[in-house]
Design a protein around this ligand. Sequence first.
Ligand code: MD3
Ligand code: FE
Length: 217
Amino acid sequence: MPADLLAGLEPSPPAREGLGPGAVALRGWALALVPALLSAVDQVAEAAPFRHMVTPGGFEMSVAMTNCGAAGWVTDRHGYRYAADDPMTGRPWPAMPGVLRDLAQAAAEEAGYPGFHPDACLVNRYEPGARLTLHQDRDERDRGHPIVSVSLGLSATFQFGGLKRTDPVRRIPLAHGDVVVWGGPSRLFHHGILPLKDGAHPLLGARRLNLTLRRAL
Ligand code: MD3
Ligand code: FE
């Protein structure tokens, strides 16, 4: 059957895909903005380089991180927290580029969370083997605000559990251009990223970037 006839019969992929209570995937939503997003990340990393932070337990994270916005997420031997200054440079984190702020606000609205104004963006950089063990995001002051995530580069397997660490975990692929809005009950669900598999993305090579836009303060 010709493709145009099939297109008339088959529903196009849904714009909004529910992943859990209050969690909405907008697949490919950031694709048109990729060049602007990548140059925004380059500009941020020039002022605040990617680095491997140390957990309170003394382990160096396999994911390299930087931040932009009024506050940035940091970890060291003293704990996890948001800080106004980059501990590596002693200067404030670079300002949040408008393209990030606007994308996050529009995605949150599309997912049913109008009036989202992020003040922090954590940028995670994965190379093959890098992973993020199951955790909750609970360092933000008001966890009633959603978090917007944007995935770029190599695909990763996201683990999505529940409120309890021992709740069953689903595996969900996150691909280049995918935007997910995590609000409601899902906002406090455990989640992680399995070790990144080797590969070559046409734009990013053997890398994955994940941007999370947050209301931290
Ligand atoms: C569900 N980042 O930075 S993005 C993190 O791909 C983090 O780098 C992962 O977990 C990454 O904290 C996952 C998807 C994501 C981000 C934040 C969440 C899912 C979330 C917060 C609450 C619930
Ligand atoms: Fe997280």
